[in-house]
Design a protein around this ligand. Structure first.
Ligand code: CTP
Length: 429
């Protein structure tokens, strides 16, 4: 990171004190840091602390003539390799989403042509509010990067998702984002990721589905792209935004998912995170099935769907060098996952406890922002990972995959672009 320049926007949250540590560590790593302090931010940290740690003047007033002469807001936002917002408050993210420019921080964020990383921190209820969720989704769909928030105790006395990511995590993310593309550990690799549920039609208005939200699969696709991989994400119907820098192929059924995956090969690695329906309806009705008064409910005949993970793992000609699956289990989680790994022939499997745990009868992982997994590797060894945010889990997995592929030659999986670039295969989404 030595020699890189960061514009750091410090907004008004109690977590701003942690930002001081981020500045210190960045300076230690040879990064120059210029700070913009919002009015609310100055209630939590002083311009003097930021100036002392960064060794640069602190910018805090859009209309300061002196600053505008010496360093206009456009230059300020462009003379950086990366813009970091820490802490990113609900208010500042709402302004960013709405394109507001009524103070120096929001104006610089609107004017910048550089990558932006937000590090949200706020009360858990504010974080989970639909307005904040929508703003964050919009920002991410525009290519803005995010780290955190983390779960834990809050300064306000509540417990939940809302803590600023730790300085070390913020530093690691900044290092990833500042790395030259050629130096990213997955540069030159092609990764195939499946995500979300599949929908299997019963008739034109009904289908068989499951609770998968696509959160984990989409986060894995984003994490692999951050490490420089060319990523093809084959996704069933979900509400998640497309991860930045990823080619998304939208499908509906398991059969379409398999076709899209095969069309995307060759790939250096495949991560099958989709919750594929195991069965499809044998001959779905072409017209809406009607009730007849007093008639018996219909019997729906099912036939097995193709197993995409097993097909990719057992493809003798085009098997990706590393194939990773998930195992959704409700009991004897690790034992079942071990069997599944052997049966399907994949290299690694992430075992997921999806038992209901009071989640209104649905598995506790579905739709949640956190996940708990056990990683089972090719030798059958089990690693118990702590419960973490699905984004952090994705980052950790992506780094492990990159580490594993280090010795493999680059380029084997690059011939032939796949023909599905951003094609919508079904008008349902
Ligand atoms: N999978 C797949 N294609 C299928 C079914 C599952 O690619 N038709 C993949 C999933 O993406 C996941 C892994 O296989 O990576 C295990 O999925 P899971 O639902 O846990 O297992 P199943 O194969 O469905 O087995 P079971 O229902 O018996 O637990």
């Amino acid at each position: 990171m030595r020699g890189k320049r960061i514009l750091l926007v410090v907004a008004g949250g109690i977590a701003a004190y942690k930002t001081l540590e981020v500045i210190r560590r960045l300076r230690d790593a040879g990064v120059s840091v210029r700070c913009i302090l919002t009015k609310a931010g100055s209630q939590f940290v002083t311009p003097l602390s930021l100036a002392a740690l960064s060794g640069e003047p602190v910018y805090d007033d859009l209309f300061s003539l002196t600053d505008e002469t010496e360093m206009g807001h456009i230059r300020l936002s462009r003379e950086a390799d990366l813009v970091v917002v820490a802490p990113a408050t609900a208010d500042l993210m709402a302004k960013m989403a709405g394109g507001h420019a009524n103070d120096l921080a929001s104006t610089a964020l609107l004017a910048t042509n550089k990558p932006v990383l937000i590090c949200p921190a706020m009360n858990p209820a504010m974080w989970s509010h639909p307005a904040t969720r929508a703003n964050v989704a919009l920002l991410e769909s525009r290519g803005i990067y995010r780290i955190g928030p983390n779960p834990g105790d809050m300064a306000c006395g509540e417990d939940g998702l809302g803590r600023l990511a730790e300085p070390a995590e913020i530093l690691a993310t900044i290092a990833e984002l500042l790395a030259d593309p050629g130096q990213k550990p997955l540069a030159g690799r092609h990764a195939l990721v499946t995500s979300g549920p599949t929908h299997e039609p019963i008739d034109p208005v009904r289908y068989i589905a499951n609770h998968s939200s696509g959160k984990q699969g989409h986060a894995i696709a984003a994490a692999l792209a951050k490490l420089g991989a060319r990523v093809t994400l084959v996704s069933g119907p979900v509400h998640e935004p497309d991860p930045p820098g990823v080619t998304v192929v939208r499908i509906t059924t398991a059969a379409q998912m398999l076709d899209a995956c095969e069309a995307a090969l060759p790939a250096d690695l495949a991560v099958c995170a989709a919750a594929v329906a195991d069965w499809t309806v044998d001959g779905p009705a072409l017209q809406k099935m009607k009730k007849t008064p007093g008639g018996a409910p219909p019997t729906i005949a099912l036939r097995p769907n193709p197993d995409i993970l097993a097909t990719l793992s057992q493809d003798s000609a085009r098997r990706p060098a590393l194939v990773v699956g998930f195992a959704a289990e409700t009991e004897r989680v690790v034992d079942h996952a071990r069997d599944k790994r052997t049966r399907k022939g994949c290299d690694w499997i992430l075992a997921n406890d999806v038992s209901a745990n009071g989640n209104q009868g649905r598995g506790s992982t579905f739709g949640a922002s956190e996940n708990t997994v056990h990683l089972i590797t090719e030798d059958g060894a089990v690693e118990d990972w702590p419960t973490m945010d699905k984004d952090r889990l994705a980052d950790r997995l992506a780094l492990r995959l990159a580490e594993h592929l280090k010795g493999n030659p680059i380029g084997a999986a690059q011939e032939g672009e796949h023909p599905f670039d951003c094609t919508v295969l079904n008008s349902e989404h």
